[in-house]
Design a protein. Structure first.
Length: 219
C-alpha cells in the first residue's frame, strides 16, 4: 500500500477540518482547550508550508523540526490546563526544559541545523505525551459517562493513536530498517492513514468542545 503525491497531500490537509471548525466555534470553546486549538492552527500552517516547499523542490526538514518543538510545548500547555500537573508543577517545568534541551542538542550539536529530523527528541516527547494521555483517560473513566462525546477523551485517543505509531516508526528509522526503501514507503503510508484518522478524531473533538464541558483533572 503506497500513496501517490496527490493522495498524500489530501490526507495531510485533513488537519484543516479541525482548524476550520476551531475558527467557527472558537468563542464557544473553553479556555482549557484553546492550547490544542492553537496547535491545530499551527499544524495547518505547517502542512501548508510543507506542501509549498515540497512542490517547489525544497526540503521540509527545517519547518518540520521547528514544528516538533512547538507541538511538544503546546501539548504540555494543554495538559497543564487540564490540571494534570496540579500537584506536580515542577514536573511541568522539568518537561519543558527536557524537551528543549534534547531538541537543541539533536538539532544543533548532533548535526547541522536543517540536515536531519529529530528522531530521538520525537521518541522522548511522543512517549511522554502517550503517558499523559493515558493518565487523563484513566481519570475520565471514573468521572465521565459519555466518553465518546467528551472532547478531552477524543483528543487523548487521537494523541495515543498517532504518537504510539510515531514511536514505532521512529524506532524503525533509528535501528537500520530505513535501508529498505520499500519498507520505509509502507511505514510512511501507514503513518499517513493514522495521521488522517487522528485528524478526523480531532475534528470531532473540536465539534464537541464547549465551555460547559471543561475538564479538570480529579485527584
Amino acid at each position: 500500500m503506497q500513496f501517490n503525491y496527490v493522495t498524500a497531500v489530501i490526507l495531510s490537509l485533513s488537519i484543516l477540518i479541525a482548524g476550520i471548525i476551531g475558527i467557527v466555534r472558537f468563542s464557544q470553546i473553553d479556555n482549557k482547550h484553546k492550547p490544542f486549538i492553537y496547535l491545530i492552527w499551527v499544524g495547518c500552517v505547517n502542512e501548508g508550508l510543507s506542501i509549498y516547499l515540497a512542490f517547489n523542490g525544497y526540503h521540509t526538514i527545517v519547518n518540520g523540526v521547528v514544528y516538533d518543538l512547538c507541538e511538544s510545548l503546546f501539548l504540555l500547555w494543554f495538559f497543564k490546563n487540564l490540571g494534570v500537573f496540579k500537584k506536580q508543577r515542577n514536573l511541568f517545568y522539568f518537561l519543558i526544559v527536557l524537551f528543549t534541551v534534547i531538541w537543541f542538542v539533536e538539532t544543533f550539536l548532533k548535526s547541522r541545523f536543517g540536515s536531519s529530523f529529530t528522531y530521538y527528541f520525537n521518541v522522548v516527547y511522543y512517549f511522554v505525551v502517550v503517558l499523559l494521555s493515558i493518565r487523563v483517560i484513566n481519570n475520565l473513566l471514573f468521572s465521565e459517562k459519555e466518553l465518546l462525546k467528551n472532547s478531552t477523551f477524543l483528543i487523548c485517543i487521537g494523541l495515543i493513536l498517532f504518537f504510539t505509531y510515531g514511536i514505532i516508526s521512529r524506532m524503525f528509522w533509528l535501528y537500520g530498517l530505513k535501508n529498505s526503501i520499500e519498507f520505509v514507503m509502507k511505514v510512511q503510508s501507514i503513518y499517513m492513514l493514522i495521521n488522517f484518522l487522528s485528524n478526523l478524531i480531532y475534528a470531532l473533538a473540536v465539534m464537541y468542545m464547549s465551555k460547559r464541558q471543561a475538564f479538570t483533572f480529579q485527584f
